[in-house]
Design a protein around this ligand. Structure first.
Ligand code: GYE
Length: 321
């Protein structure tokens, strides 16, 4: 072949290659994920939302996001709208455990797979969701119970516990309570003298604690708060009543957020059981795997630990939420 012809051929080949590259890229459909969030009730939740939004961006996934303001009916509405919009995958963090069959049956009939994150649900038909990514709240409750057993090992008791529960009917509230009970039920010196929901918020925790302080005062030995926001609210209520949280009363909390760590360093929370909100990257991997037709494990459990007050100052700089 003459050099000029060879040259033209080369140019033509290169152009053809470039064209295929462009078309195949355009053919690659962007995955759309509909995510129905619980709300913005706590520092944990804020970190969870940031994690999901930034992981979706990073993974090149088109995210439709809704905030249910802690109301199941809002979440159901959001899921229905994702079904109507024919998204590729639906994920949600269920406010409460019960009542999901109807809407999940609709998703299944539409052929849209559902992933649960953070909180689990109570359904007979396990085929209504593909996988559940999140913490083991029962184990978290047990961990807190074991810390209490150790702390009061040489104390004859009674050890009076007041409990600030999370949202009524939610998996973390149910299981953090059940996990504690499992550990202390055989030791009669531990008594839960009062238990009420503060809805996982700082204001809720403070309000419930104000009432507990008035009714039980010095009788209280332990505040068992289902999250840091409520623990921080309870601390305010105790301080306003002239008590010394962390000293007069042990404060046990969950999440291990920055706020929780700060209170530990200040000596006001005695132990914080870790619960990680950074579920975004794992969720996006699961979404991509699902769309690629891969089989997912039914349960993906987050790795977590317990932070006693004694390690708080040293660990705090490494915390990411
Ligand atoms: O502990 C609390 C949040 O579901 C694990 O919800 C989550 C809980 C978390 O409001 O802070």
């Amino acid at each position: 072949m003459e050099p000029t012809k060879r040259m033209t051929l080369r140019v033509l080949l290169a152009a053809a290659f470039a064209l295929t590259a462009v078309t195949s890229h355009a053919d690659e459909k962007k995955i759309t994920l509909g995510f129905a969030q619980v709300g913005a009730e706590s520092a944990w939740r804020t970190a969870n939302t940031v994690s999901i939004k930034s992981a979706a961006k990073e993974a090149g996934i088109n995210l439709k996001f809704s905030d249910a303001q802690q109301k199941q009916e809002n979440q159901i509405k959001a899921i229905r709208s994702y079904i109507a919009q024919k998204v590729d995958v639906i994920a949600f963090s269920p406010v409460v455990e019960s009542g999901w069959e109807p809407v999940l049956t609709e998703a299944k009939a539409a052929g849209i797979p559902v992933i649960l994150t953070d909180r689990s649900i109570d359904v007979k038909d396990q085929s209504l969701y593909t996988t559940m990514i999140g913490s083991d709240f029962l184990e978290e409750g047990r961990r807190a119970g074991k810390w209490l057993e150790d702390r009061y090992r040489n104390d004859a008791g009674p050890i009076n516990i007041v409990e600030l529960q999370g949202t009524v009917g939610s998996a973390p509230a149910n299981d953090r309570h059940a996990g504690l009970m499992e550990v202390i039920k055989n030791d009669p010196k531990f008594k839960i003298i009062a238990s009420q929901s503060g809805d996982f918020t700082l204001a809720g925790g403070k309000q419930v604690m104000e009432a507990f302080v008035k009714t039980y005062g010095k009788q209280m030995n332990v505040v068992y708060a289902h999250n840091d926001d409520m623990a921080l609210g309870a601390i305010q209520a105790m301080e306003e009543a002239g008590m010394k949280p962390g000293k007069d009363v042990s404060v046990v909390s969950f999440d291990a957020t920055h706020g929780g760590f700060q209170a530990m360093v200040a000596g006001k929370i005695n132990v914080d059981v870790e619960c990680s909100p950074l579920l975004g990257p794992q969720l996006m991997t699961a979404v991509k795997d699902l769309v690629a037709g891969k089989q997912l494990p039914k349960r993906i459990v987050t790795n977590e630990t317990v932070f006693p007050q004694s390690v708080a100052a040293q660990i705090m700089p490494q915390r990411k939420y």
